[in-house]
Design a protein around this ligand. Structure first.
Ligand SMILES: [Zn+2]
Length: 505
């Protein structure tokens, strides 16, 4: 295999570092031989001499080579490489699983078995691509989680170590010292920001600019399932089912980051929540790369110019999303919400939300599979499709998780009666996170295409869209955004006049 990855292109890396190009943050890391420090490409410090720079594909690889994280640019906190969201191969699936915390419950064997490979094969492929094996990658992630907790909470260090996934206080102390060149208490002293109480955390989620929040947050707010999701005080809030417990997150768009307020029943879920929220908001995307490709189409070009940086609203729970996609087949946004809200009220576990109006977790596929679908006010054939999907998900016959294989998931979905191309591509786009999914028969996409002067039949549109690959999911966002629908705007705050829309019903 020829090495066409960015860190292997020395000249390109040097140019990116000299221009402090934030677009490359997360794509590679710059280590400086003379200082023993590694940085993100956009580090504000004066760039070192090119002959002293070396480049690594991951923070873990730089750490493993003995470099310490720069205290100015905090390279370990840069947005993740967009590659892991874009690619469908085993390395990308492994990276998504590690980010989701799989290594903390079962180590390398658990990771390998989720991927369907042997431990040795997984190690070999990760080392070949990332310069670090799964243990080092997971350790880099634990160090990053630990730093978040040290700096943003008043938790005792022993709780931090446990929550971040360390096996002992001693490993925690040693790792933090090695990675950051500071002890945990020194890290805490340096973070002068006020620390909120335990259980409630306040974080910033960085992204690659530009980011267009309107359709991203607008979509989540307009389709919010009552009791499970809500828009409140300028934030999208929702309940989360997590490996060790549950949580409530509030995500608020800011000019240069997304603020994230979290309440968790078990802090060990922190890393997994961060990775889910980043996926939900598509924060690891590379909007410039997307814009370059879509702008080559004369119809899409003005749409991209007007609102660069549109993201794909994704999901925190792929099974939940898939089930909701079936509830949303051929009905309005409002009807889809009503069906989902009734199921949540009847079958979702109750949660407390002192800070807002949330009351339920979305029911598990198992709970939905066991329930009587006759209660759903929808055509019998769709009720049966819903039950079939719930059974297949609950029984593990369809894997929509971050580690799952996208083509396999599409094939298995297609094998269920009642699940057609629209549902499959919608699930691929928003639950699997495939950047190139394309629900060409979507009514909103077809209407927008016709309006914009694009071919309006699915077949002709698919052929035109070949030029938009591998970013067709983003083209869908740009097309949807041309319509006058509530999904395209942030909800009005109380006291502001509500914009009426003819399509809201
Ligand atoms: Zn730096």
């Amino acid at each position: 295999m020829t090495d066409d990855r960015i860190h292997a292109d020395r000249d390109r890396c040097i140019r990116a570092v000299q221009s402090k190009d934030a677009r490359f943050d997360g794509w590679f890391f710059t280590a400086v031989r003379t200082t023993g420090i590694y940085c993100r490409p956009s580090c504000p410090v004066v760039p070192p001499k090119p002959e002293n720079m070396s480049f690594f594909p991951s923070a873990a690889a730089a750490q493993q080579a003995g470099f310490r994280a720069c205290k100015r640019c905090r390279p370990d906190a840069s947005p993740g490489s967009p590659e892991w969201d874009v690619r469908a191969d085993v390395v990308a699936r492994a990276m998504r699983l590690i980010a989701d915390g799989v290594m903390d419950n079962g180590g390398v064997p658990a990771l390998a078995s989720r991927l369907g490979y042997s431990v040795r094969q997984v190690e070999r492929q990760l080392v070949a691509e990332l310069g670090a094996g799964p243990l080092a990658l997971a350790r880099a992630q634990r160090a990053q989680t630990a730093r978040l907790l040290v700096e943003t909470t008043a938790l005792p260090m022993s709780d931090v170590a446990f929550a971040a996934g360390f096996a002992s206080i001693r490993t925690f102390n040693d790792t933090v010292r090695e990675v950051f060149a500071l002890s945990p208490s020194q890290l805490r002293e340096r973070a002068s920001r006020g620390a909120p109480g335990t259980g409630s955390l306040s974080l910033r989620l960085p992204f690659r600019a530009p980011l267009q929040p309107d359709n991203l947050f607008g979509h989540l707010a307009a389709t919010a399932v009552p009791g499970v999701e809500e828009w409140r005080d300028g934030a999208y809030r929702r309940t989360l089912r997590l490996p060790h417990g549950h949580g409530i997150v509030a995500l608020r768009p800011q000019p240069d980051h997304v603020s994230c307020q979290l309440a968790l029943t078990d802090l060990r879920d922190l890393a997994s929540v961060i990775s889910r929220c980043r996926r939900l908001l598509d924060l690891d995307a590379d909007p410039v790369a997307v814009g370059d490709v879509l702008s080559a189409d004369r119809v899409l070009a003005p749409l991209v110019r007007k609102a660069p940086g549109r993201r794909v609203p994704r999901s925190v729970d792929p099974q939940e999303f898939a089930l909701r996609a079936v509830l949303g087949q051929q009905v309005s946004t409002a009807a889809g919400r009503t069906h989902a809200g009734r199921l949540a009220a009847a079958l979702g576990e109750p949660v407390d939300d002192p800070a807002g109006g949330l009351s339920r977790l979305f029911p598990t596929a198992a709970a939905l599979a066991a329930a009587d679908p006759a209660g759903l006010a929808m055509p019998r054939s769709r009720r049966e499709t819903f039950a079939r999907l719930a059974h297949a998900l609950a029984g593990g016959r369809i894997d929509l998780s971050v580690g799952g294989d996208w083509s396999e998931a599409r094939l298995r979905l297609a094998s269920l009666a009642g699940i057609g191309t629209w549902t499959i591509e919608t699930i691929a786009m928003r639950a699997l996170g495939d950047p190139d999914a394309f629900p060409a028969s979507d009514l909103g996409v077809c209407a927008a295409a016709r309006q914009a002067g694009l071919p309006a039949t699915p077949a002709a549109l698919i052929s035109r869209a070949a030029a938009w690959r591998p970013w067709r999911s983003y083209a869908v966002q740009y097309l949807w955004a041309t319509g006058d629908h509530a999904i395209n705007r942030l909800p009005a705050e109380p006291g502001q006049p509500r914009q009426e829309s003819k399509e809201d019903t």
